[in-house]
Design a protein. Sequence first.
Length: 125
Amino acid sequence: MAKLTKSKVKKAIPGTHGIVTNLADKCGVSRVHMSRYIHYDRNKDLLQLLKHERERLIDIAENKLFQEIEKGNTKVVKWFLSTQGKSRGYSKRQEIKHETDIKPVMSFEEEYKRFKELEEKNETK
């Protein structure tokens, strides 16, 4: 098994898409070994770099999504509106917001007092 160093791992992160297995393969170690290595306290910066690599991939995917929207891809437009346009009424399911002015029948204090009375009543039996 190859020896890991911070600089070796740091150089291998670009192009992994933030996937530990891809990083492990580039460094010649197992996924388990790589996962343990990047989770050591002294290597938290490597874990952050790996997370940033994943975020970069999400940015790329979002750009592709917006390109499809700009091209007029109806399926993509519908999907986007159903997930991101809910506040404007675009949703696949009906969401109902319920508000009421109903007051509780009994306050916590009243309920506790009633409980204690019943408890005392049962103890005397």
